[in-house]
Design a protein around this ligand. Structure first.
Ligand code: ADP
Length: 168
């Protein structure tokens, strides 16, 4: 008598944890606002399937920007960076969705626009590292810090009715 027993082996669990509800802080810098690129940048995040959960136009003070860029204090370009960022209003936003931090960074392109691939925001609209149009958080931890810094009033939560068409 032969007994054939079939075992249903569990699928290996993914090694990279990705969150559907991850949040990232995205900012159109003063040059992006002045050059009329706000709508294009917002449109890219909307079209990709991210959910907008906070948005405002703000002319930030140097003190506020020094907090935002605290990690870069001491770099030779730091004073120029603060001056550039304080030279006009920025559009501060929070976008939420699958792997939002990493995907947001890849949509922005490399820090130096000359190294940014065409199709990215910097690769399509910028040439100089000191005028690179946009900011995006570089880690989930920094995203949470930046969201708290720019939106101390908190953010709006609502149901995104598109979600069932974007996620399985
Ligand atoms: P990212 O904005 O891509 O996260 P960094 O955190 O390294 O890059 O730098 C913050 C910002 O400082 C850049 O987006 C850019 O505006 C500016 N910056 C970085 N490096 C230079 C540089 N060598 N010269 C002038 N500005 C710079």
């Amino acid at each position: 008598l032969h007994l054939f027993i079939f075992f249903h082996l569990p699928q290996p669990t993914p090694t990279v944890a990705m969150s559907v509800n991850e949040r990232t802080y995205i900012m159109v810098k003063p040059d992006g606002v002045q050059r009329g690129l706000v709508g294009n940048i917002i449109g890219r995040f909307e079209q990709r399937g991210f959910k907008l959960i906070a948005l405002k136009l703000v002319h930030a003070t140097p003190e506020h920007l020094e907090k935002h860029y605290a990690d870069l204090k001491g770099k030779p370009f730091f004073p120029g960076l603060i001056q550039y960022m304080a030279s006009g209003p920025v559009v501060a936003m929070v976008w939420q969705g699958l792997d939002a931090v990493k995907t947001g960074r890849s949509m922005l392109g490399a820090t130096n626009p000359l190294a940014s691939a065409p199709g990215t925001i910097r690769g399509d609209f910028a040439l100089a590292v000191g005028r690179n149009i946009c900011h995006g958080s570089d880690s989930v931890e920094n995203a949470e810090k930046e969201i708290a810094l720019w939106f101390p009033e908190g953010i709006v939560q609502y149901t995104h009715d598109q979600a069932k068409w974007i996620f399985e």
